[in-house]
Design a protein around this ligand. Sequence first.
Ligand code: GLU
Length: 421
Amino acid sequence: MTHEFKTENPLVSVKKKIKTACKSLGETKEMYLHLSQPERMLEVSIPVKMDNGLTKTFKGYRVQHNGSAGPTKGGIRFHTDVQRDEVIALASWMTFKCGVMDLPYGGAKGGVKVDVSKLSVFELERLARGYIQAIAPIIGERRDIPAPDVNTNAQIMAWMVDEYSNLRGIGQTLFASFTGKPVEFGGSLARNEATGYGVAIMMKEFLEHKTINISDTTIAIQGFGNVGGYAGTYIQQFGGKIIAVSDAQCSLIDNDGLDMQKLHKYYHEHNTISGYDPKKEHDRDELFKVECDVLCPCALENAIRLDNAEDIKAKIIVEGANGPITSDAEAILNEKGVLIVPDILANAGGVIVSYFEWVQNLHNYYWSFEEVQIKQYQKMKEALYKMLAMMSEKQITMREACYMYSIRKLAKVVKLRGRCN
Ligand code: GLU
């Protein structure tokens, strides 16, 4: 079966990065092959009874990339573009993201190819439950722990926990088998905000390292879902001026700054930023052309490509999405001297607080909102400074530093376990 990508296949891109890091670290070809292939992959078809009484079958995946360092961890996305190579790439990124953050996890990812806007809430619930029935044999609280990703949320996690607990049939609610749950149902405070908050932390800390005060900067955010929405809110709280945001419909541009709190509220009521202020509304892709200091791509893969990389005026990019820049676009940006804080560092807030949620579930002892955010802040700041040290020691980009740090650690474990030389 062939897989079509509008631009770059993200699996090809992540494999290149693994290869470069393995070479620089002097790892063997066998190690590269070991780390560039997923350990386990399940492709499923999910029959769902639709509201009209007819059955529709959806395609789904769960990929466990590498479990040498601990149980695998990663979200589940519901999206029309979901396909095999993309899920493998996303699972690999999770391995390296957990490595960069020193979390005791390997990486995984799941996805279902579906247009959620066409489903009723009951159909969505049946799809979520059907997907869990299909992947139940390979997940579990000490094995592989799913979480939300694009178009999935706390409610969907609640249905999944319920389904999985029923299937296991031991009369227990298995809270620790999923993260990103509703707070009333085993979730952690500050998990919903965590990815966006993390993007804001990374931006603030990286700017400080460059002796720039965030209050003196202008910022553009692409994507206004869970990541972009909260990133905007927290960046503004830290003093940054957001002059442009976009969603799937349009972009909003205002050089005097947009009010994130108002906009976030509007988005939740209307499910789009369109109509918020028609005078400020432009074409969606105008956002990339905006004169600003920092750009945050917070939507999907391959948003910044060969055809728009030259338009970018920002000097710093903080990646809220996974894989938002294609390799050829990255080469152009590097050439232009744009500094990139990469996805596996900048958007790790979600999985960090997922880890905290898992720990809280296993101990049945819950922390306050502030405690969680303080712990998240510390973890992200520590990781940033470790990567900065590696960057200056080896004279490499921050993305290369992240891969090298993560792969060096993982290769050690793989060797200790005797899985590769
Ligand atoms: N989906 C998020 C990510 O890409 C979070 C994964 C998790 O919490 O396990 O990092």
